[in-house]
Design a protein around this ligand. Sequence first.
Ligand code: FES
Length: 169
Amino acid sequence: MTIGQSAAHGAARGRYEAWTPARGTEIIADHLALEGPALPIMHAMQEAFGYVPQDAVPLIADALNLSRAEVHGTMTFYHDFRHEPAGKHVVKVCVAEACQAAGGHATSAKISEALNCGYGDTRPDGQVTLEPIYCLGLCACAPSAMVDGRLMGRLDDEAIEEIAAEVRQ
Ligand code: FES
């Protein structure tokens, strides 16, 4: 069942911008006035590029007057940040308690099989990145997932086939 479009993930999901230092610098500048700008900058980069490029580390460090090690440490501490480009489609499957109680373990295994992709991996053809996520706030419709920013609940075999078809596009 499709629930709707997440405001946090725009329609351009799956069509990330290519990383350029100029665009990275622009994103940094857009967030410099914030208090504690490092995380907002990294989130904005992941939204724009689908990951936080290693090449962004020195740019962020210089702009925030931090060491590269500090920026790298922040980037790797938060598991939300990808360090490699995401696939064309990003599928996040909830593996938290309510979804597990609603058969989520079997569902998540079926999704992995249907997409031919392991959790935390991007398929070699670049078509999909599959990630576990811990609660999408959709527990009442468990088991749940998010496909390119769109929430899906009550995942059954039909919904899994719908996800697989979407990923083929
Ligand atoms: S536990 Fe899966 S959506 Fe909340």
